[in-house]
Write a protein that binds this ligand. Sequence first.
Ligand code: GTP
Ligand code: SPV
Ligand code: MN
Length: 587
Amino acid sequence: MTKNPSVLKWLEDMKALVTPDQVVWIDGSEEQLEALRKEACSTGEMIKLNEEKLPGCYLHRTAVNDVARVEGRTFICARKEEDAGPTNHWMEPQSAYKMLYDIARGSYKGRTMYVIPYSMGPIGSPFAKIGVELTDSIYVVLNMAIMTRVGNKVWEVLGDSEDWVRGLHCKCDIDEEKRYICHFPEDNTIISVNSGYGGNVLLGKKCFALRIASFLGKNEGWMAEHMLILGIENPKGEIKYVTAAFPSACGKTNLAMLIPPEGYRKNGYKVWTVGDDIAWMRIGPDGRLWAINPENGFFGVAPGTNEKSNPNALHTTKAGTIFTNVAHNLDDNTVWWEGLDKNPPENAVDWKGNPWNGKTSDVKGAHPNSRFTAPAKNCPCISPKFDDGAGVPISAIIFGGRRAQTTPLVYQSRDWNNGVFVGSIMASETTAAATGAVGVVRRDPMAMLPFCGYHMGDYFKHWIEMGEKLGDKAPKIFNVNWFRLDEDGNFIWPGFGDNLRVLEWIIDRCEGKVGAEETAIGYVPKAEDINLEGLDFSIDTLKSILAVNKDQWATEAEGIEEFYTKFGGKLPAELRKELDTLKANLK
Ligand code: GTP
Ligand code: SPV
Ligand code: MN
């Protein structure tokens, strides 16, 4: 398969450690993947779904204690503790290797080692990076084959280079007490043990494409971000691309696949999906910021996805998709989740594997973090630029989170550094995407709190420096909040497709076509500049969610002040200055 000495040496070492019965090289062929699907079905690891309704689709259930990322057990193993920074858990690398090897030793006994060569980014793109994942799970192989570009082509591109990321995954016995997701940025290495859940084990995704890649990006002068990428085509056929960073389960997939409201569709607006979770961005030959999506599929949240909220996502999951931890409808061998429709199946099995009647049961059929793994090419609005190794030029960067109050529907930063400040102070209510309490407001800078592979103070500095390099070609920076609640706890803004109304204002601002109101926090739209045509939504309500409440923001500023103390001397002076300006503005 490959004669790459660094790959072969590492493989020999890992084989000696985990002692598999056999080694299978994943070549990327459909025949091999099909044989693995059959094998997984024969052992019960996967269930083949109704071939007529869901061709090529499968259901998998993870262990009940293994349904989300585990931030408390995720480590950055830099040689110096300071390099992991105050927002990451740290372990000294030598003792981490020892502990992990002790857990991994002999764990493939009686099992098969699958060797997965994969490319993050279109193979051969100047943005792309290569990884090799070793796993004892067919489910991981099949998911990686959807989420990344796998197979022999990757070896060809790699040649004898030593520039690739090592990933060892051992399922072991899914023991929570021995679950570790460890990253060694200085060694380009990831080791994940005792889990079988996506974000912990699909090592190309969060582990490589964010934690390791953010570290590489800082050293090499590019950016790896937790961002969707989408293109907005106007009636003249011009396409502008934006990226958006929202924390986990805060609407990236939904915004990336947005269907314009009817009036916009009639006028010829279209939205093109380039990515739904991760963006790698570099300064292009023209001095602008260009982005690719390093992934090849979508690992999306199932609950809440329906014909109204996100028809494109739903359509994307109709073939070649692996569903994880959703309910199994036994009547027609299909799947169901909360929020799919108002007709839950009566004769079903819930995500835990127990018999389940959706009409009478008071427990959920699908886990709130149940997911679909679907090929990007299935998406009806996938961008023609999806496979373009040069990427797409970015006009605007949008930050956002889930805030019941305080943060307006949308505002624009004054300039790049103020925009970095806006990203650094992001806060959002926690979701089911990670284990732990749900609905607690926490600071999540740039939606990267769980994913930044080094000191977050250095990460802020890297953002500031990217802005210096980009100069007047830098994208404009905005913040959005679709999640303001009324007194009864209902979302005020309709969201989903109607978010295009806000994107239109953002694009118009980038082009200098529309004015704004300057406030203490930045530029807020004049209510009449947000197009409400065809929407049953009053301009007064709009004003209420555009308002900047100085008392709430004064409390916010105190919270930011406290949050910033974490970074000590590593907090860039530029951000300190931005906070002082905010406080002065609020006086
Ligand atoms: P990860 O894959 O975890 O990174 O999540 P994500 O950011 O892609 O989130 P996703 O688009 O899957 O949305 C998560 C949840 O937010 C779903 O339950 C959606 O229904 C809900 N959601 C998304 N967009 C909106 C919106 O505009 N308004 C409201 N109210 N809810 C939304
Ligand atoms: C997220 O949690 O942000 C996800 C899903 O996109 S996971 O792959 O689990 O990280
Ligand atoms: Mn995500």
